[in-house]
Structure formats: structure tokens, C-alpha cells
Design a protein around this ligand. Structure first.
Ligand SMILES: *[C@@H]1O[C@H](CO)[C@@H](O)[C@H](O)[C@H]1NC(C)=O
Ligand SMILES: *[C@@H]1O[C@H](CO)[C@@H](O)[C@H](O)[C@H]1NC(C)=O
Ligand SMILES: *[C@@H]1O[C@H](CO)[C@@H](O)[C@H](O)[C@H]1NC(C)=O
Length: 266
């Protein structure tokens, strides 16, 4: 990711464009973040100061499996987007998409200082990403864009909500799920109007960021969450791992139905 004179010229031009905009604008910036691009695994990706910092932050706070997974998720999301109709692509904030995908599993961090004992892992990750952007993204990150990143991360496992949110939000989820299950199943799950990554691209991404052992690793993370912060797992899919694999764990009596049956007033 070396800076060339052309990139510098381009970015100062775009910098001028950004600052010519009215300061009160609250909409997501249309593609101004494409001030520079990089190619990884033959996928064309945006490159910005915040994306570079997010990559560094992820590398410093995630083990190899998690880091490879978030990188594959970003590349898969961006590759998929590049094949969708321009009506979908136009105006997508690809810097928001990048940061959301890269930081989406900070709730699995190997840095215990980032782990919240009281929030489910998606919210934990969203909160850490928001703090990161407030700290590192000064100037370019409106409340609105930070909120989009928070939503994309907090909702990345909740397809039946994220599909009805902003494109950056469902594209993050598409990238993550397509990276986990492959293009074919992802298309069956999300529909071809949302997923368009090609099998060759998916294979090429996996060659650069290896996935061997991913399923066991993933199961271990889910089981670990059930063991270490069970109260955050009863209301979501993570609890299913505890029920299935942990002898001393059960969602029985902890579900919403139990709460409502016990407490709802006539
Ligand atoms: C804001 O974005 C511009 C253009 O991408 C970049 O030159 C600048 O360094 C960014 N500022 C920060 C604080 O990230
Ligand atoms: C997390 O893992 C990565 C990769 O192994 C390592 O570089 C980093 O130092 C680790 N962070 C902590 C806080 O242990
Ligand atoms: C269940 O056992 C695991 C170790 O196997 C332990 O880490 C965890 O705290 C226990 N969980 C509960 C809910 O008692």
C-alpha cells in the first residue's frame, strides 16, 4: 500500500471536493472514499487512511483465524458488489463497508481489554468499532457514517433485520455469510440480487487468506462465548452452541417466552 504521486494528487483533489460540500450534509458520502485503490486477490478495493488504520487495528487485536475471516468477508463483499447492477452500486459508501467488514468480529478479540462481559459479541464489536472511528477517523466520519458501521456490525448475524437496512448494512452481512458458506449457498440464502461473488473469486480470496480449520475454530468461539458470558447468549443463535456442546449450559428457562410467561400482566 505505497502512496504514489498520482494517488496523492487524486486524494488532495478529493479532499478539496469533500471540503467544498456543505458541512451540514448528513447523507453517506458518495464514493469519495475511492481516492485510492488496492488490489488483493485480484479484487479491487478502496484504500483510505481509515481503512489502513482499521486493517492495522484488526491485525493487532485478532488471532489469525479471525483476521483471515474478516479480510475474506471484506473482499467477498466488495467482489460481490462489483458485479451487482450500477443501481445497487451507485452511492454505496465503500469505506463504511470496508471498515464494517474488517472490524466486525472485534467481539472475538484476543485482546481481553476489548471484550465486554455484558454485551453479545456483535454489539461488543460494534461498540469497539465506534470508539475506534471516533478516535481515529476525526474529520471524515460523521455521526451518520459511524452509526452505519455500528448497525452493520451489530446486525451482521441478523439477516431478517439487516436485509431491510441500508445497503452498507446488508452488504456487510452478505460478505460475511458468503465467505462462510460459499457463493452458491449464499445466493440461495440472500438471493442473486444481493450476492454476486463468483466461485473463482471466492477461491482466490481463500488462497490469500487461508480458511483451513475454520469450522472448528468458529464452533470453539461460540462455545467459548457460552462458557464465558452466558447471559449474552440465551437470546440469540450463540446459545444453540451451548445447548449442543456444553454439559453445564442450558437456555431452558432463559428464553423470551419464559420471561413473558412468567412476568406478563393480564
Ligand atoms: C480524510 O480523507 C481524506 C481523503 O481520503 C484523507 O486525505 C485524509 O487523510 C482523511 N483524514 C483522516 C483523519 O482520516
Ligand atoms: C492477537 O493475535 C495477533 C496475531 O497472532 C497478534 O499479532 C497480537 O499481538 C495478538 N494480540 C493480543 C492482544 O494478544
Ligand atoms: C461450564 O464449564 C466451562 C468449562 O467446561 C466453564 O468455563 C463455564 O464457566 C461453565 N459455565 C457455566 C454456565 O457454569
Amino acid at each position: 500500500m505505497r502512496t504514489t504521486p498520482t494517488m496523492l494528487l487524486l486524494s488532495s483533489f478529493l479532499f478539496a471536493v469533500i471540503f467544498a460540500l456543505p458541512a451540514t450534509t448528513h447523507v453517506a458520502r458518495p464514493n469519495v472514499q475511492m481516492d485510492a485503490t488496492q488490489i488483493i486477490a485480484n479484487i479491487k478495493l478502496p484504500s483510505t487512511p481509515t481503512i489502513k488504520k482499521a486493517l492495522k487495528f484488526a491485525r493487532a487485536n485478532m488471532n489469525d483465524h479471525t483476521y483471515n475471516h474478516v479480510l475474506r468477508s471484506w473482499l467477498t463483499a466488495q467482489a460481490s458488489l462489483s458485479h451487482l447492477p450500477t443501481s445497487v452500486q451507485d452511492g454505496v459508501d465503500t469505506e463504511v463497508l470496508a471498515v464494517s467488514a474488517i472490524l466486525h468480529d472485534l467481539g472475538w478479540s484476543n485482546n481481553s481489554a476489548l471484550i465486554s462481559p455484558t454485551t453479545r459479541f456483535e454489539v461488543n464489536g460494534a461498540d469497539v468499532a465506534r470508539e475506534f472511528l471516533k478516535r481515529e477517523g476525526k474529520g471524515n466520519w460523521s455521526e451518520r457514517r459511524i452509526q452505519l458501521v455500528w448497525d452493520a456490525i451489530a446486525l451482521h448475524t441478523t439477516r431478517d433485520i439487516n436485509l431491510y437496512k441500508e445497503r452498507e448494512v446488508w452488504l456487510t452481512s452478505v460478505g460475511i455469510v458468503a465467505e462462510l458458506v460459499g457463493p452458491e449457498v449464499a445466493i440461495e440464502t440472500y438471493g442473486g440480487e444481493r450476492v454476486a461473488v463468483k466461485q473463482e473469486e471466492w477461491d482466490g480470496i481463500a488462497a490469500v487468506f487461508p480458511r483451513k480449520g475454520l469450522r472448528d475454530f468458529f464452533n470453539g468461539v461460540m462455545i467459548g462465548l457460552c462458557a464465558s458470558k452466558p447471559d449474552t447468549t440465551y437470546q440469540n443463535f450463540v446459545g444453540d452452541y451451548g445447548d449442543r456442546y456444553l454439559a453445564n449450559y442450558s437456555t431452558e428457562g432463559k428464553k423470551t417466552i419464559d420471561f413473558l410467561n412468567a412476568n406478563m400482566l393480564e
